[in-house]
Write a protein that binds this ligand. Structure first.
Ligand code: G
Ligand code: G
Ligand code: NA
Ligand code: MN
Length: 250
């Protein structure tokens, strides 16, 4: 309960901030985007991991406030980088299932884009398969978001259970291969087969595929060999502060 109280005050107390993890083109090393990852730094608790406070935020409804803050900050940061001379092509922002349940997600996103001036196609929303499958009106929301021009990526792809028939109906542009498949890609033949299958699926459905959790040159070489030219992971960069991104990529 105390944690909940502290979390509720975290935004007004300026304890919430974002890290950004670069997404790169594997062969050229070019920056193609960043993923925004929320952080909570409390004076008493120190840095609290998202796996601890996101579920709490979801259970208590605070996720709506938090999610809105994250979206605003992400879009604003894109403009700040641009003003400082760094053009980041796109930013990926995670959405939780509770944000879909609220219904007003589309209005909120449209308003934030308008206020910040970020072009809709430079915002990509990340949802997991379970979010899509467990939200009654997900298809409606997702179509509405598509209609206002924002992109959609399916996060942790391969770990859920979305049917391919369903996937085909969705206006999604990107599949993110879950990092659990990338981890042992060179040694585990099952993971290897799954990664290749997802890359092929992306090709067949005309979707872009990005691998997450890429940590080694071997993994990157594997991806290139199999036609996946987008990656994110510690090999390229950890999630960093906006200022660090600016220094490193400008
Ligand atoms: O670095 P990492 O520990 O940031 O992220 C842990 C988990 O928290 C990931 O599954 C990520 O998708 C999730 N996460 C990070 N930022 C956000 C956010 O802004 N909103 C939601 N809903 N989840 C997030
Ligand atoms: O669920 P989601 O895919 O949004 O989670 C992103 C999480 O993965 C964050 O916690 C982020 O810090 C973490 N992450 C990003 N790159 C790597 C990596 O190369 N290796 C590992 N182990 N984790 C990573
Ligand atoms: Na994500
Ligand atoms: Mn993921």
């Amino acid at each position: 309960l105390r944690l909940e109280t502290m979390l509720r005050r975290s935004i007004e107390k300026d304890e919430i901030f974002l890290n950004y993890q670069p997404q790169v083109e594997v062969d050229s090393g070019r920056l193609i985007g960043v993923e925004a990852l929320v952080r909570w730094d409390n004076p008493e608790l120190g840095l609290v991991a998202p796996v601890r406070f996101i579920p709490l935020a979801e259970d208590t409804g605070f996720i709506n406030q938090l999610g809105k803050w994250v979206l605003y900050e992400s879009c604003r940061q894109m403009i700040r980088w641009q003003d400082a001379g760094l053009y980041v092509p796109k930013i990926a922002v995670n959405l939780s299932v509770k944000q879909f349940e609220r219904g007003s997600i589309v209005c909120m996103v449209a308003e934030i884009l308008k206020e910040t001036g970020l072009e809709p196609h430079r915002l990509q929303l990340e949802v997991t398969e379970s979010v899509i499958m467990n939200t009654g009106d997900a298809l409606v929301f997702i179509n509405d978001l598509h209609a206002i021009g924002v992109g959609l990526a399916i996060d942790d792809f391969g770990t859920g259970y979305s049917s391919l028939a369903y996937l085909k109906q969705l206006p999604v542009q990107t599949l993110k291969i879950d990092r659990s498949f990338i981890k042992d890609i060179s040694t585990d033949s099952n993971d290897e087969a799954i990664a290749i299958a997802i890359i092929q699926l992306g090709k067949s459905l005309n979707l872009s595929v990005i691998a997450e959790g890429v940590e080694t040159e071997d993994q990157a070489a594997f991806l290139l060999r199999h036609g996946c030219n987008q990656a994110q992971g510690y090999l390229y960069s950890r999630p960093e502060l906006a200022s660090v991104i600016l220094e490193r990529w400008r």
